[in-house]
Design a protein around this ligand. Sequence first.
Ligand code: TEU
Length: 623
Amino acid sequence: MFTKNHTIGDVLDHPLGHDLIRRILIFTGGQHRWLANPLARRIPLSWIPRLSLGKADGEFIEALLQLLNSHPEIPPEPKGPLRPAWWKEAVFYQIYPRSFKDSDGDGVGDLRGVLEQLDYLQDLGVDAIWLSPVYDSPMEDNGYDIRNYRQIHEDFGTMSDFEALLDEVHLRGMRLIMDLVVNHTSDEHPWFQAALKDPASPYRDYYFFRSEPNNWTSYFGDRAWSQLSEQGEWVLHLFSPKQMDLNWENPAMRRDIAAMVRSWLDRGIDGFRLDVINYISKVPGLPPGNRTIGDLTGYTGVEHYFYGPRLHEYLHELHEAAFAPACAFSVGETPGIGRQAAKLLTAPARRELDMIFSFDHLENPGKSRFEEYRYDLNELKGHFIEWLEDYDGSWMSLFYENHDNRRMISKVDPDPSVRVVLAKLLGLIQMTLKGTPFLYQGQELGLVDSSFGHWADLRDVESLNLFEQWRGEMGDDAAFQKVLAGSRDHARIPMPWTGGPNGGFSSQEPWIALDERNQSYHAEGQLKDPDSVLSFYRDLIRLRREHAVLRYGDITFTDRTAKNVFCYVRQNGRETLHIQCNLSNQEIPRPQPGEGWVRLAGNYPDLPQTRLRPYEAGIWLES
Ligand code: TEU
């Protein structure tokens, strides 16, 4: 048991403690090298309140101790040789169906639209599709608020449309996973409606009804509780007031979820991406959130649910009840989870999840999502080196974008003159590291953040709620700019297929505007251009398929401490490939001359000599 007499070094030597301190450094912008300082390691936890001038107070230390003591497990050592699996070899492609392709002219993407574009995806070379939610929903959070898990929302089509899509995906030798949103349901879900109608209903305990709220805050602004009526009870929602958190302590609720998961797997889908799945276990009693942690993270109470006491138990139970019998794949979305906890969630022997999405690499140290910043690719380099050199028993997901994050090109360098080489650099890194690449729709086109002109152009519940909250404090213009710095809507504009009306996405005005700049990067034009970003992604995916060394080969990082240089070697006894990247918009000396190497792919037409040009990247065959 950890106590205040333990030292920072003791905490760092604990897997979860290591993750927590790494996370604190990310939030504060502190330097990682501090972790190796022998003096710092000898500081007892009891000194921290005084040393931090009260910022990290006694309550903070108590919250840390509670987290550490509720997770004593140590990640298992990797056992035996790497086990091949389709999901380790696949390139995934995430589709946000609302913005992918509209087949019936209502301005909203749908399942038939996805079906229409399967040839495009097959030509691109992706092996598996992750489909964001298409279930029946009031669409408060664009489908991440599910009203009926077993019905397709009318905007997206019918169950027979879904079955037709799944059949066509499988006929092409591709696979399809769906989004499993079971941390919460919509407040219009029958379970919640039954709980509202009758306090004695068994469904009342499927949610968190309390006579008094605690101080937890929501991800979408304001508190994480809503009061049902003037004197009525309060109910917990970590997200919008229309997304009610499920009480996973209730075994009947867990059985209902497992049955629903099995029903989808029985339809033949190949697995799920599990939405904020690390939030499902809350600390009993829902204790108040620590003020310092709330200030640091922006979300009061997060320490009591981001890695709760029964998380592993619930995941293992769901794995055994639903995923294992169907040999189904699972990737958990786990915001806040670090590398050591990730090992405990994905170690094969623990039979919980196959993979997770960690977001450490998408944070910018010391900055919140809604502060303007330029993402430094040296952060990405450090993240991948740290994880890939220590994650052997598990398998890494490799991604930069999804429907919740801004476009990576815009975060790194918005200069239009470097967009193509930068897009290709990012693709080349993603397709040559060791792990499973997850492309997000439009990344293969080199799409950038959208140029929204007015806050009324935004659609995302998070963006609109935060705008309303901030406009009162700072005025409309400043609030709009602050929201734009982190708005999820940048990733949710319609896919540009052609140069025609609405980018060929729909025959009607889309539910959200497609800006001219991104429309100009449309797929039709890039398919005809051998030097386009799209053609380069297609070539990279083909290379990854043709060279097994890029899937299962060993990876060795060279030039580790050289700024702006990212070089690594992939080897498997049959082939040796060298990857050389310049992470900056300045020329740098070429790390190795590469005598006798043959370039398999590069983002400049001519070969580099002794220097690497801005954002230059290349894959070189040594033997
Ligand atoms: O996102 C959860 C999550 O990662 C949040 O911390 C994320 O940052 C969110 O976008 C708020 O900023 C998942 C889904 O990907 C997201 O689209 C949903 O809105 C959310 O869960 C609730 O289901």
